[in-house]
Design a binder for this molecule. Structure first.
Ligand code: ADP
Ligand code: MG
Length: 460
């Protein structure tokens, strides 16, 4: 990759300086050091995780948009932690002359809540109605009743959005509330850094005085025993003081693998709310809402077209919509169905009519030389369970069937088994080439009609 203008960051920094308050600039931008730049990535180094979190949560958009105003390429910004080498003067967390000052800076100047995500721009449908109601109730009710609130659901379905919405609502009602949002990954990094610097006292002082702690994507703690232990203490300390803890995860507490039982049972002891993939109406409503945020009107047939071609992930839905908006604006054309189809042609594949539960099961069984009845059985041997998971994954990604429906058709399995299978295969498919090949073969057998021919032949 070619190296771009090293001054780009300086230009960008100057631009940002004119856009934000002097105080914010001095607090957050002065300590940043330039690390490197390529056509796709700008890497900046920051003194510690506190800066990293805060910049990511509050300033990433402004950095990326000012960066991209100077260049044609689309550059994303990443932060890395500075080495603690002696030629880097050690930066302190914006601090910290006395405890009081520390809190006022850590929790108020940088609440780590993203103002972009609020309840007003969160679309409620049957898929997220319960999670939304739970979130509203926790955010609106100063008395801590549901603790923790545990929101779970698949990727890109609005968990992070909902967490920030709660944070914003809480801060709006009471701006003095000490709120901190971070991902479980940042929590882990923070802990590792603190252990390395032998500074656990400071670590705890960042969490224990909080009124509300949000930890996003808690599944990241899987297998990290030391982090789980510290999180357990943090959780208990806050819980005992009736401080609100709000968590998100990609699965139900009980299904969190390699997470200690004592944590899982605590997570379950509060209120657990799930977010399901949105139905068509909700997807259309989300498209309108997102378009509105960009001051654009989207014709109904365009919204329906995009919504019906994206299965579940709202993030993808939004990405495609933005692509359409951007293309229309570059080419100075109006947004209509013709333009939308042109732009999205490469992203949208027509739903193949050959995919249904029967063809998927038959194709998988054929490939692995097992029986369809084995796939539906309770057998747990690897030669059966892996094909079963692949079949569940294909049902999930290639058909519009709901989780409970898929579970039912697989011999009355629970919907959480389907979630687990889908997650496992989606994760492994990118890491394991053999698995990818197998799935491609099965998919092409179904698409080409070979599977259907086999089924017909068998029944003749
Ligand atoms: P998750 O954390 O579950 O992976 P996010 O909260 O990051 O998903 O959501 C992905 C994108 O989809 C965000 O831009 C978010 O605003 C949007 N989104 C998801 N659900 C909704 C919704 N119900 N209403 C409006 N936007 C949504
Ligand atoms: Mg998220």
């Amino acid at each position: 990759m070619t190296t771009l203008d090293d001054n780009l960051w300086e230009k960008c920094r100057t631009k940002i300086r004119n856009e934000i308050s002097e105080e914010s600039y001095n607090t957050w931008f002065q300590p940043i050091n330039f690390d490197s730049i390529t056509e796709t990535k700008l890497i900046l180094s920051v003194p510690n995780t506190f800066y990293k979190d805060c910049l990511e949560q509050n300033y990433l958009d402004i950095i990326n948009s000012s960066l991209n105003s100077f260049t044609q390429s689309s550059i994303q910004t990443y932060f890395r932690l500075e080495n603690n080498s002696s030629n880097h003067p050690k930066q302190e967390t914006p601090k910290l002359k006395n405890e009081k000052e520390e809190h006022s800076i850590s929790f108020t100047a940088c609440s780590t809540i993203n103002p972009k995500y609020n309840f007003e721009n969160f679309v409620v449908g049957s898929s997220n109605q319960f999670a939304h109601a739970a979130a509203r109730s926790v955010a609106d009710n100063p008395k801590v009743t549901y603790n923790p609130l545990f929101v779970y659901g698949g990727v890109g379905l609005g968990k992070t959005h909902l967490l920030h919405a709660m944070g914003n609502a809480i801060l709006k009602t009471n701006p003095q509330t000490k709120v901190r949002y971070l991902s479980a990954e940042s929590f882990t990094v923070d802990l590792i850094e603190s252990l390395k610097q032998d500074d656990m006292r400071n670590f705890r002082s960042r969490y224990r005085p909080l009124d509300v702690l949000f930890v996003d994507d808690i599944q990241f703690l899987a297998g990290k025993e030391r982090t789980q232990e510290e999180f357990f203490y943090t959780f208990n300390a806050l819980h005992q003081m009736h401080k609100q803890v709000i968590l998100s995860s990609d699965s139900y507490p009980k299904d969190l693998s390699r997470v200690e039982e004592r944590l899982r049972s605590r997570f379950e002891a509060g209120l657990v709310a799930d977010i399901e993939p949105p139905d068509l109406e909700t997807k259309i409503a989300i498209i309108y809402k997102k378009a509105e945020a960009h001051d654009k009107q989207i014709p109904a047939n365009v919204a329906t077209f995009i919504a019906s071609n994206i299965k579940t992930n709202v993030r993808e839905l939004e990405g495609l919509l933005l692509r359409v908006i951007a293309y229309a604006s570059f080419t100075r054309r109006i947004i209509d169905l013709k333009l939308t189809k042109e732009v999205l042609a490469e992203f949208i594949c027509d739903v193949n009519k050959n995919f249904n539960i029967a063809t998927i099961m038959a194709a998988v069984a054929h490939h692995f030389e097992i029986k369809v009845s084995d796939i539906k059985s309770k057998k747990r041997t690897r030669n059966i369970s892996v094909p079963r998971q692949i079949a569940m994954y294909l049902c999930r990604t290639k058909t519009k069937l709901s989780l409970p429906e898929i579970g039912r058709q697989f011999g009355g399995k629970d919907h959480t088994t389907v979630i687990f299978a889908n997650k496992k295969i989606s994760k492994n498919i990118n890491k394991n080439n053999d698995l990818k090949k197998v799935i491609n073969i099965i998919v092409s057998d179904i698409e080409s009609g070979k599977t259907i021919k086999n089924i017909v032949k068998k029944n003749e």
